[in-house]
Design a protein around this ligand. Sequence first.
Ligand SMILES: [Zn+2]
Length: 142
Amino acid sequence: MQGVLPKDIIELTPNVYTEPYWLATAEHRLILPRCTTCGTYRFPPGPFCWNCRAQEVEWIEHDGNGTIYSFTVVRHPVIPEVAEALPVVAAVVELPDTGGVRLISNVVDCAPEDVKIGMAVTIDWYDVRENTTIPVFRLAGG
Ligand SMILES: [Zn+2]
């Protein structure tokens, strides 16, 4: 897979609010927390609903189809360990039917010049190691 950072520098730090999300990604499933009181999607996961301050959430499956809201192309290795992985397309992907949830992720296996704002993308999975999988995106139809 091109356009991802080296596995040995990726370390997740789940907490009580994000753990369900990362457990699902390890199974190649995208789930998003939704407030059980007002129905607002709450991403990134946190202790309180930003809309109504309730705490309880339910986890809703999403198919991972989205659109590129914004992106940048990383070409300069800020740390030497990533030099061979560059360039990397770091994108903000908006997920439909979520009230505007956006994931920050990589757009993989494409030429950076081909990426445009508004393009459709589909989710894929970057298996880093056992129980550690990062969601990434591919240009739809590409
Ligand atoms: Zn709420």
